[in-house]
Write a protein that binds this ligand. Structure first.
Ligand SMILES: NC(=O)C1=CN([C@@H]2O[C@H](COP(=O)(O)OP(=O)(O)OC[C@H]3O[C@@H](n4cnc5c(N)ncnc54)[C@H](O)[C@@H]3O)[C@@H](O)[C@H]2O)C=CC1
Ligand SMILES: O=C(O)C(=O)COP(=O)(O)O
Length: 390
């Protein structure tokens, strides 16, 4: 029996993945945590927690580094909500270009004028003339799951598309249309684009990516779309850019009080991933990854540990999350050799400064010997967490 704590509402089909061997709780000590955007940074993590699954892409709400040091595996669901965000970006391109936000608000304000409403509409519509997006240049910062989808569909809408992503994955590169131009630096995007959309994770390197320097390099009247995270944009610099007209519109999925007070901001209440389809995709994927990890130790789509999978048929298994330093595996297997325990199968993979090892041992080993080996491994310098699965 495992216990899963949910920190946000997770759609039922995701919860159903766990089955009746799991207890679902919202407070207390759990083996696994399932969440969406719940801010975890100030949360005390019980020692019972072995893994955290983010039903979504961004993990900046999770203390990933602290989790890594404790051997807690953090998962996300790459691509599972990308289509939802892409559709929102496409809608926003039109929303901002055609002055739909102001136009609709004005039309609604005409309620009560009676029979002359149609006349007022025809007389007033000249205030809301917009631009077409066809033929305009769209700059995409970050060509991951979302950025690549936006790029391809913007081309289909006859936009000219240029993308910037120095770390683009091979998989994304294959999916991208060859018509997407490649920017060698951000200045190329800033200086030439009519529309700029940003699809990078919030990390120290990307915080404040759009700042005074960036705004100064942009074409006057550029429209900016932020469906990634509010902190990617330096707020006071944005205010100046909106006031001076460098930025014609800022469409953001992350409104806060400061940004709401700025002119020409189109605020969206973090609806990028809020579709039934995406909520289901994310919840099912996150739940499956978490369940698999708890039951087999296999890791798929973790942000802090490598993908490691060894087929599991109910055999005895030791899993170790540890630092990626020499002789870790040697020391672990030495303990097994001391007790004449045969290794049936083994795998070790690393990701950055951490690694993960799965050791399958032959059945028939006494429980107390297994426990003693687990304790010896746990006490090795560099080991973050040890589990015995059987
Ligand atoms: N508004 C919403 O509801 C949602 C927001 N998001 C946000 O969007 C972000 C991107 O999501 P995905 O495309 O699914 O993630 P992803 O991981 O597939 O793509 C991110 C891309 O950014 C690139 N990148 C990283 N640092 C960069 C830099 N300094 N300059 C240029 N490119 C850089 C990476 O190489 C990668 O290709 C998430 O991290 C999250 O913050 C994601 C889903 C829903
Ligand atoms: O997946 C992401 O990064 C998102 O921002 C989606 O957040 P949500 O699950 O809608 O709270």
């Amino acid at each position: 029996m495992y216990t899963i704590q949910t920190l946000n509402n997770i759609v039922q089909c995701g919860l159903d993945v766990f089955g009746n061997q799991y207890e679902m709780i919202t407070e207390g000590e759990a083996d696994g945590i399932l969440l969406r955007s719940f801010p975890m940074h100030t949360m005390e993590l019980p020692a019972s927690v072995k893994a955290i699954a983010r039903a979504g892409a961004g993990v900046n709400n999770i203390p990933v580094e602290a989790c890594t040091e404790k051997g807690i595996v953090v998962f996300n669901t790459p691509g599972a909500n990308a289509n939802a965000v892409k559709e929102m970006v496409l809608a926003s391109l039109l929303l901002a270009s055609r002055n739909l936000w102001d136009g609709i608000s004005w039309a609604k304000s005409l309620y009560g004028y009676g029979d002359i409403v149609p006349e007022l509409v025809e007389a007033g519509k000249k205030e809301y003339v917009g631009n077409e997006i066809r033929g305009k240049r769209l700059g995409i910062i970050g060509l991951g799951a979302i950025g690549a989808l936006v790029a391809n569909d913007a081309l289909a809408l006859e936009m000219e598309v240029i993308g910037y992503d120095p770390y683009v994955s091979v998989e994304t590169a294959w999916r991208l249309s060859r018509q997407v131009q490649r920017a060698v630096n951000l200045e190329q995007i800033f200086a030439t684009c009519d529309y700029i959309t940003i699809h990078v994770p919030l990390v120290e390197q990307t915080r404040g990516l759009l700042n005074a320097h960036a705004f100064r390099s942009m074409k006057k009247g550029v429209r900016i779309f932020n469906f990634s995270r509010g902190e990617l944009v330096q707020e006071e610099d944005l205010r100046d850019a909106l006031e001076s007209g460098i930025v014609a519109n800022y469409v953001t999925d992350f409104p806060n009080n400061t940004v709401l007070g700025m002119k020409n901001v189109i605020p969206i209440p973090h609806l990028g991933a809020s579709t039934y389809e995406s909520e289901e995709n994310c919840a099912i994927m996150a739940a499956r990854q978490l369940k698999t990890y708890l039951e087999t130790g296999n890791i798929r789509n973790s942000v802090n540990f490598p993908n490691v999978e060894l087929p599991y048929f109910g055999q005895k298994r030791i899993t170790v999350a540890h630092k990626n330093v020499p002789n870790m595996v040697g020391q672990m297997t030495a303990f097994l050799a001391e007790h004449h325990i045969n290794i049936a199968d083994m795998i070790n993979r690393s990701k950055g400064s951490y690694a993960y090892t799965i050791i399958d041992i032959d059945n028939g080993v006494d429980a107390h010997i297994k426990e003693s080996i687990a304790t010896k491994i746990k006490n090795l310098p560099g080991v973050a967490a040890v589990r015995i699965i059987q």
